[in-house]
Design a protein around this ligand. Structure first.
Ligand code: ARG
Length: 572
């Protein structure tokens, strides 16, 4: 469905071009904030008049005389210094909404060109628990994937886990000494607390020189592909993987693992390639790519011959473009890695690993803060674990549900609590402007009023309850035209129409918060409509026409929340 704002832009810009002879004249059409100015406003005349040194009101009048928008608008008028205010006609709105309602995709078009898009997200590190720092990447990354999938792209959800590096020497050595049976594969390894295991290995490494030496030898063996070392490495990765997967299951997030180790075999070749072409140079024994406009060079091999995070990322990027056919790669990490990705992208362009036809995005996000404004930690000063946060969200939601619906059977309350708790957690994150830090706040997250998932899920359940209460059958309203006669109806209808363009914009810009903001406004407009217009008690044809608005609102709410990875419940 072509966005209405675009159609208006094209039509008015065409007239402005004809009137002034300026071929690329912009009408600058926008939805109005204040409905006194109609539904849309074109602001382009003023700038154009200034450029042509003409009186803007006169120019606007001239354009109006030639502008025929009778098929779309009921009112087109000049206002103020030369604005053009537009009010969409009931007839047009009714027809457009009718078409959108009959469309299973609710007016959300697939992209003209299906592209392979790699979304690199979540990416926890082996032998470490996923903590709250990973929550944003997992939740935002999943939403970005859903948005791109909804646009019909071939999305590769890649978990670039940290499963390689010098820390494995100490982990392997530690496991070998403390749990030889697990190493031999004799029993399943019980590293209950990965953080604890990592800490213990690290402590031993720092305190015991003999152990540290053995750990260093272990790194060399591992990198040389020693089968026994690799086997122990695999045991440690497996335990971690099982832990990660528990979290993904709770969050209903799907990921394909392609960890850092995958690219290990390409690293020497990357350095050799860049060196041979003069893109990387030796500096103080290390190999670096010197990029213009950056403070520090991009190091790809250390003095001691070791490779870096950056080298792996270059190899991964080249693989994704060259082997996987990615036309776009989106990296979802916290903003502290901004410089790394700026350098990575610049180096990849310089090396030709990503041509101009490949889009590289760093979807950077801010930190989650505690009430005191510093990064969130437990009372003991440790990282807050993702699984604990999920458990608490669900437990708190369970209380809210029990208060609201004491009559529901406990099993159903549990199921709703899971949807509400996980939804609240996700939405609270997704609604934020991605780049800003935000303060974690249980009460605000779970509030039934305000910009929260429970509020939107409740709005959905409330619409559905209209149908339940009235015992409404589809046939009673499915064939009717949506009703948009009253202002509150039209405002709801106009907002519904913008679903497709909203998702398209959010997918293009990797900003799920655009969808969150849209849904919140949708719920507000529905509330205004429902407060003023009776539905079940209305006379026909108003009743059926309003039921159609209700039905579309519910469908858009559910579809929009789904795009954010949030489920809805028929009751709440
Ligand atoms: N494992 C890294 C971390 O925990 C994130 C990796 C992000 N992806 C990438 N291709 N660098 O910080």
């Amino acid at each position: 469905m072509r966005p209405l704002v675009e159609t208006l832009e094209r039509r008015i810009a065409g007239v402005l071009a004809a009137v002034t002879g300026v071929p690329d004249a912009a009408a600058a059409v926008k939805p109005t904030e204040d409905e006194r100015f109609g539904d849309f406003q074109a602001n382009g005349v003023m700038g154009l008049a200034k450029k042509l040194k003409r009186n803007p009101r006169e120019l606007a009048q001239e354009a109006l005389a030639r502008l025929d928008l009778g098929d779309i608008c009921s009112r087109v008028e000049m206002a103020g210094p030369g604005f053009i205010n537009l009010t969409v006609s009931t007839r047009f709105l009714r027809a457009e909404l009718g078409a959108m309602g009959r469309d299973a995709r609710l007016g959300l078009d697939e992209a003209a060109e299906r592209e392979t898009v790699v979304v690199d997200f979540s990416c926890p590190n082996v032998a470490k628990e996923m903590h709250i720092g990973h929550i944003r990447s997992t939740i935002i990354g999943d939403a970005i994937c859903r948005l791109l999938e909804a646009r019909g792209h071939d999305v590769r959800r890649i978990n670039h886990i940290g499963d390689w590096g010098t820390q494995f020497g100490m982990l392997i050595e530690y496991l070998r000494r403390t749990d030889p049976e697990a190493v031999r594969g004799g029993k399943t390894l019980a590293i209950g607390d990965l953080e604890e295991f990592y800490r213990a290995a690290k402590a031993r490494f720092d305190e015991d020189p003999e152990f540290a030496e053995a750990a260093r030898r272990e790194v060399v063996k591992l990198q040389a592909g020693d089968p026994e070392s690799l086997a122990v490495w695999r045991v440690i990765c497996d335990v971690s993987r099982r832990k990660f997967e528990e979290n993904y299951a709770l969050l209903d997030v799907r990921l394909d693992e392609m960890g850092e180790s995958v690219y290990n075999r390409f690293l020497p070749e990357i350095v050799a390639d860049l060196a041979a072409r003069g893109i990387a140079r030796e500096s103080d024994g290390a190999m670096c790519v010197f990029l213009e406009g950056f403070g520090a060079p991009f190091m790809i091999r250390k003095r001691d011959g070791g490779y870096l995070y950056a080298t792996t990322d270059l190899a991964a990027l080249r693989y994704r473009v060259g082997e996987m056919g990615a036309r776009r790669i989106v990296y979802v990490t916290d903003a502290r890695q901004k410089e790394h990705f700026r350098q990575l992208f610049a180096a990849a362009r310089l090396a030709g690993y990503a041509g101009e036809d490949v889009r590289l995005d760093h979807a950077a996000f801010g930190s989650i803060l505690g009430a005191d404004g510093t990064p969130l930690k437990t009372r003991e000063g440790r990282n807050v674990l993702l699984k604990d946060v999920i458990a608490e969200a669900v437990a708190r939601a369970r209380k809210v549900v029990a208060e609201k619906n004491p009559e529901l059977p406990p099993g159903e309350q549990d199921a709703i609590a899971r949807i509400v708790g996980v939804g609240a957690l996700k939405y609270f994150d997704l609604r934020q402007n991605m780049t800003s830090d935000y303060v974690f706040d249980w009460d605000r997250m779970l509030a039934l009023d305000g910009d929260t998932a429970p509020y939107l899920q409740y709005a959905y359940a409330r619409v559905r309850s209209i149908f339940r209460k009235g015992g409404v059958r589809d046939a009673e309203y499915a064939g009717a035209d949506p009703r948009v006669d009253a202002r509150v109806e039209a405002r709801l209808g106009l907002w519904l129409l913008r679903f497709g363009e909203t998702v398209e914009c959010a997918a293009r810009e990797c900003r799920p918060n655009i969808v969150a903001g849209y849904l919140y406004e949708l719920a507000a407009r529905f509330t205004a409509f429902y407060g003023e217009c009776p539905v079940l008690k209305a006379e026909e044809p108003a009743r059926a026409g309003r039921l159609r608005l209700c039905d579309m609102t519910a469908r858009v709410l559910a579809a929009g929340l789904r795009l954010l990875g949030i489920e809805v419940s028929e009751r709440m």
